[in-house]
Every structure is written in structure tokens, then in C-alpha cells.
Design a protein around this ligand. Structure first.
Ligand code: 5BU
Length: 265
């Protein structure tokens, strides 16, 4: 297993290099999903949790009071706390349509989101459509290879195709939403939602696994945590607990393997 700073060398996308570097510098592999319908609350939580996270994940289309200055406010916070902004838009249309959805409309996502994600159902034209808009701006795409929800159809050959597609577009795709490490390219990053301190489910099909299961046994890189933090009595304290546990889990595994390697060598 490679250290984050070694993986920088393998990453092709400049944003992947930046993410590896800031994860290492801030000692965090925690992405927080702030799924609130209030813009003020989104900004306040992003400011509060900023020091603990490597990524802020948004769903801009659930805001009930969206205003066009949100993007610049989020970018100011991203600069202040050094995190990337990931708009979980899950694009899923033909290239021409996704390019318009990404650049235009109410939200102008390409202007402020470092990262976006997409389903692979439409095929490679979707990647080309998003890349046309995002690449000149230095943005990056995450492909959805697996989902955390019960009964997902993203499995088997679908997942395999997603990995192949992502690995063949590494100038724009920097990783995957996945439940475990799937790509053997050390420069590709795995992001895993559906994480809580205790395993379980919500009432609408979300499945939760523990930090240890996701990062230890399943070798993912970044955990995406929403309600466990945002609905906690003290969100900052919960984010700190989760960040430390996740970082320890990520690094203890690395340390174990390096010790075994050096003992063998
Ligand atoms: P939660 O509150 O930790 O359940 O939030 C999980 C977030 O991750 C939420 O914003 C989802 O939209 C997002 N998500 C997910 O849960 N599972 C997936 O497979 C993907 C995204 Br893709």
C-alpha cells in the first residue's frame, strides 16, 4: 500500500494530486455531506466543519433559498479551510444535455464545484460532454461505480464497465464512488458514502457500514458522512471523532503493511 504522498506521483488529474496533498497535510480523509435545505445553514456548517474535512459535498438543488452568490461564498470557505467542493449532481444524460446542465441553468455548477459525479448509463458521450466544460476550468469527475443503497443495480459488469471507463479517461475522471477499492491504479481515488459509527439502515434504503469496514477491510480512500455528523448534538465534535477514527484506520493499515514489508525485507 502506498503513502498518500507517493500516490501524488501516480495521479494524472491535477485535482487528484491536490486532494492527496491536502488530505496528507490536514490529516483527514473525511468528506462531509451537508444535506440541508437552508443556504445559511449550509454555509455555517461548512465553516464550522471546514478544518476537519478534505471535501464538502453538496446537493445544491435541495436548497429552498438558493441565491447566485452561493458559489462564491462556498469557494471562499474552500480557500479558507482548504477543502474541495463536490456537487453530488449525479449527471445521467447525453453529452450535449449534461454539458448544459453543468454549465448553465440556475446553478452554474461548473463555476464553483471542483468535483461532480455521474452515472455511466449514457456511455462515454456523457464524459465528453462534462469534460468539454469542466476540463478547461480544472474541474474533475467522479464516476459512480457502486451505490450504498439497498437493491442498487450498480454491480457486476456495470461496475466493471464504470472502472474501465474511468481508467480510460484519467485526464478528467479522478476516481469512483464505490463501496470498496476497485481500481488498481494508485492515482485513482475511491469515495464511499453510507458510513456511520454503527452499521445499519435508514427508512429509505440507505445502508450504513462502519469506518473500519469501509477503510480497513474494503480499502476505500475517502469516507462520505452526512447525517451522522450534521444531525449530531454537536456536529463539530462528531466530525472530530470520525476524522480521527478514519485517519487512524487509513494510516494504521498503511503502517501495519509497511512494518510487515520492512520485516520481510
Ligand atoms: P447520509 O446522511 O450519511 O446517509 O448521506 C449520504 C450522502 O451521500 C447523501 O448526500 C447521498 O445523496 C449521498 N450518496 C449516498 O448516500 N449513496 C450513494 O451511493 C451516492 C451518494 Br452516489
Amino acid at each position: 500500500m502506498l503513502h498518500l504522498t507517493d500516490r501524488v506521483e501516480f495521479a494524472i488529474h491535477p485535482l487528484a494530486k491536490r486532494l492527496f496533498t491536502l488530505m496528507d497535510e490536514k490529516s483527514t480523509n473525511l468528506a462531509v455531506a451537508i444535506d440541508t435545505t437552508s443556504q445559511a445553514e449550509l454555509l455555517a456548517l461548512a465553516d464550522l466543519l471546514g478544518p476537519e474535512i478534505c471535501i464538502l459535498k453538496t446537493h445544491v438543488d435541495i436548497l429552498e433559498d438558493f441565491t447566485s452568490d452561493l458559489g462564491s461564498a462556498l469557494r471562499d470557505l474552500a480557500q479558507k479551510h482548504r477543502f474541495l467542493i463536490f456537487e453530488d449532481r449525479k449527471f445521467a444524460d447525453i453529452g450535449q444535455t449534461v454539458s448544459l446542465q453543468y454549465e448553465k441553468g440556475l446553478y452554474h455548477i461548473a463555476e464553483w464545484a471542483d468535483l461532480i459525479n455521474a452515472h455511466i448509463v449514457p456511455g462515454p458521450g456523457l464524459i465528453d460532454g462534462l469534460k468539454k466544460i469542466g476540463k478547461p476550468l480544472g474541474r474533475g469527475l467522479i464516476l459512480i461505480a457502486e451505490m450504498s443503497s439497498f437493491g442498487t443495480l450498480a454491480e457486476g459488469s456495470y461496475t466493471k464497465h464504470a472502472i474501465e471507463l474511468g481508467e480510460s479517461h484519467r485526464d478528467f475522471v479522478l476516481g469512483f464512488i464505490a463501496l470498496r477499492k476497485l481500481s488498481t491504479c494508485p492515482g485513482m481515488i475511491h469515495f464511499t458514502p453510507g458510513v456511520k459509527l454503527q452499521p445499519g439502515r435508514d427508512a429509505l434504503g440507505q445502508r450504513y457500514r462502519t469506518i473500519e469496514e469501509v477503510l480497513g477491510e474494503n480499502q476505500s480512500d475517502v469516507i462520505i458522512v452526512g447525517r451522522e455528523i450534521t444531525h449530531a448534538h454537536d456536529p463539530l465534535q462528531m466530525a472530530q471523532v470520525i476524522r480521527k477514527r478514519a485517519w487512524w484506520c487509513f494510516y494504521s493499515d498503511f503502517l501495519d503493511k509497511s512494518i510487515v514489508r520492512s520485516n520481510q525485507g
